[in-house]
Design a protein around this ligand. Structure first.
Ligand SMILES: Nc1ncnc2c1ncn2[C@@H]1O[C@H](COP(=O)(O)OP(=O)(O)OP(=O)(O)O)[C@@H](O)[C@H]1O
Ligand SMILES: [Mg+2]
Length: 371
């Protein structure tokens, strides 16, 4: 346990204080903490064969790469889209290594001026892979320069200002742009159209996450039973980043408790302590469901009322808790407010009363409740 702790908090302390706000748990955040980067880099698969799951994207990408090798040209530009932690950066690195090409890494937010991009583009070597993370956050002028670079391998460098400004055309060596975005919908059409191939990454199945975990456990020299792997996989919200993080937390627990082979009971004791439940819900997710079910008989109830009931800001409930609850079919959003889906009652170990089903169908005055 020489590595940095996530956020430096001891989860036990949070729950003991009793009145701390219900914060979303760091264990289940889909986005990586800065101190997590090195740990992640160590676990990244290096080849397409090593990359687990995403069968469709993997096959399509393999074809694009194989074809470009046969043609002896740099591969088409590739766009990777999908939620955080599913493997976009990993695939970008794999593309470079499969093409035996050097990799240059930058990101949308780092390119604020067209000049920033011109500097990168003009220093590319033939066949190089340029990875632009968060490509939807690039500035407009840089984006327009990128259009031309992608299509014609050429940029116009503007020298001087105002009436005296001249554009000096600059030829670029053929390169492969790999863009990554969590928000494909925010990409302007002309940019999207210039990618030869777009891979949409999907959430992983539990079986796929088990494979991710087996691979990671092997690299970390950990022993787990099959049931131990599936226990962790089931709580990982379809996201390899979260699976690897939970594996590290379980490893810590096993280390401290002197457990050598991690079975389902060890994994579940460890993750219960971090308040990650059997379905990957954290404390905030659960209190939203519990309020909905216990205080409002399953709803419908307005967002602001629900937020008050759990002592949170409506925005936190809406952006942090709801997307996963909706995806899991535990919570429904209706024009009349939020409702608990039948699976919510099951998950909380309760029976859905008949009138809760009926209540979800009744006209309901949301404003009156909220006021
Ligand atoms: N298919 C996979 N097989 C094995 N490990 C994976 C896979 N996908 C992702 N991982 C692991 O999950 C972690 C996060 O992956 P990655 O950084 O590629 O996600 P990302 O999509 O780029 O996320 P973000 O949107 O936050 O940048 C890495 O440590 C990587 O090793
Ligand atoms: Mg990434």
């Amino acid at each position: 346990m020489t590595e940095a702790h996530d956020g430096g908090q001891l989860p036990g302390q949070i729950s003991l204080s009793g009145q701390s706000p219900i914060r979303p748990s760091a264990e289940l955040a889909p986005v990586a903490e800065p101190e997590e980067r090195d740990l992640e880099a160590a676990l990244r698969p290096k080849t397409l064969d090593d990359f687990v799951g995403q069968e469709r994207v993997r096959k399509q990408l393999a074809l694009v790469l194989a074809a470009s090798k046969i043609r002896g040209r740099s591969a088409d530009h590739v766009l990777m889209s999908g939620p955080p932690g599913l493997g976009k950066t990993t695939l970008a690195m794999i593309i470079a290594s499969e093409m035996n090409a050097p990799l240059r890494i930058s990101s949308g937010p780092a390119i604020q001026h067209a000049g920033d991009l011109a500097a990168i583009l003009s220093s590319l070597t033939e066949g190089e892979v340029l990875f632009l993370d968060e490509i939807h956050r690039m500035s407009r002028p840089a984006e327009e320069m990128l259009y031309m670079a992608m299509e014609d391998f050429r940029v116009d460098i503007i020298v001087g200002k105002g009436a005296g400004a001249t554009a000096i055309p600059l030829e670029l060596p053929p390169f492969t742009l790999v863009g990554a975005t969590t928000r494909a919908g925010l990409l302007p059409g002309p940019l999207r159209d210039r990618f030869g191939f777009t891979g949409h990454l999907e959430f992983y199945s539990v079986a796929e996450l088990e494979l991710v975990l087996r691979r990671s456990a092997g690299m970390m020299d950990l022993k787990l039973t099959s049931a131990g792997f599936s226990e962790i996989a089931g709580r990982s919200r379809g996201t390899p980043r979260i699976a690897n993080r939970l594996l590290r937390r379980v490893r810590d627990w096993a280390l401290v408790h002197g457990v050598e082979t991690i079975d389902a009971r060890t994994a579940s004791s460890a993750l219960d302590m971090y308040e990650v439940d059997a379905r990957g819900l954290d404390r905030l997710d659960r209190s939203v469901l519990e309020a909905l079910v216990n205080k409002f008989n399953g709803g419908p109830v307005g967002l602001s009322t629900l937020a008050i009931a759990v002592g949170e800001e409506p925005e936190t409930v809406e952006t942090v808790a709801e997307p996963f609850l909706v995806r899991e079919g535990l919570l429904g959003r209706t024009p009349r407010g939020r409702i608990a889906m039948p699976a919510a009652w099951v998950h909380l170990g309760l029976r859905m009363p008949a009138n809760a089903v009926a209540a979800a169908m009744l006209p309901y005055n949301d404003d009156e409740l909220d006021g």
